[in-house]
Design a protein around this ligand. Structure first.
Ligand SMILES: Nc1ncnc2c1ncn2[C@@H]1O[C@H](COP(=O)(O)OP(=O)(O)OP(=O)(O)O)[C@@H](O)[C@H]1O
Length: 224
């Protein structure tokens, strides 16, 4: 089984207002195609950890590997490239650009990467929308679709560059049970049938217990 993401002895301190050891020797691996959830009480350090894993926060001790490549201590530009190419994100709030069409929103991360022509990016975006069963929304403005549809659009956007891993911070936190179920089914399908790795912070027990593995956090430490 190939390892996609590896965290080795991650320690993180917040220095203000007082010195606070927020992540304590956090180590784990995520394999290709694995669907993993992170659970833990409010304040246990989940978002802080995800921020580091997503390469957004570089102020930590320890080592982080993506596709067996060390990404700790790399330049900001390189990290921004790695993030765009290999990591997809889905948040609790969708962060779509309301005045842009669904299609344009999905195309944006590929435009930023600038490795393909407009035409190629557009057909890739349509392919992702079709996969998520929302091709019919392509030309609607993002502000004109429902909450569940917006979350599916953000998943399409997160997948546009064919990432190695999809990270989610409470991706179903703002959805009703039916839409949460849809998101879970999409994630499950991506991991089982497309070999995508997923790492999702959630407070939803029902969601977490159906993933391949739960990483439980308490007071900045992994307890399982
Ligand atoms: N910038 C910061 N400066 C100082 N302390 C912080 C900062 N950000 C977070 N913390 C503290 O670090 C701890 C972990 O916060 P974090 O947001 O990672 O928790 P969480 O498990 O994601 O919580 P929640 O489930 O409520 O989102 C908390 O005690 C929080 O108050």
């Amino acid at each position: 089984m190939s390892v996609v993401l590896e965290a080795k002895h991650i320690n993180k301190y917040f220095k203000k207002p007082v010195l606070f050891h927020v992540l304590k020797d956090v180590s784990f691996q995520i394999n290709k195609g694995e669907f993993v959830s992170i659970m833990g009480k409010s304040g246990s350090g989940k978002s802080t950890l995800l921020y580091i894993l997503s390469t957004m926060d570089t102020d930590y001790d320890g080592e982080l590997y993506l596709n067996n490549q060390l990404i700790t201590n790399q330049t900001r530009d390189y990290l921004s490239y790695i993030r765009n190419k290999h990591i997809g994100f889905v948040f609790q709030f969708h962060y779509l650009l309301p005045e842009f069409s669904v299609l344009e929103n999905v195309m944006l991360p590929a435009k930023k990467l600038a490795e393909k022509s407009h035409q190629e990016i557009e057909s890739k975006a349509i392919e992702k929308l079709r996969m998520l069963d929302i091709e019919n929304l392509a030309h609607k403005k993002a502000s004109q679709i429902s909450g569940g549809e917006k979350q599916r659009v953000s998943i399409a956007r997160a997948l546009i560059n064919n990432p190695t891993i999809l990270m989610g911070d409470e991706p179903t936190g703002n959805l009703d049970s039916q839409n949460s179920e849809n998101v879970f089914d999409i994630f499950k399908d991506l991991s089982e049938n497309q070999g995508l790795s997923l790492l999702v912070v959630t407070h939803d027990q029902d969601f977490a217990k159906r993933t391949n593995r739960i990483i439980s956090m308490e007071d900045g430490m992994i307890i399982t």
